[in-house]
Design a protein. Structure first.
Length: 47
């Protein structure tokens, strides 16, 4: 397990995620962040 640090594209907050999971959420705005082994992409929370 490694921790990945990302910048949320929705709010700009710094997010630390566990790379053994498929996705995580921004602690600041709730944006769902998908993690893939070769690509990191953001999907936006629609709720």
């Amino acid at each position: 397990m490694a921790v990945i640090t990302l910048i949320c594209n929705q709010c700009g907050g710094q997010v630390n995620l566990d790379d053994s999971r498929e996705f995580g959420f921004c602690n600041f705005c709730g944006t769902k962040l998908l993690i893939k082994s070769d690509v990191i992409q953001n999907t936006y929370n629609t709720t």
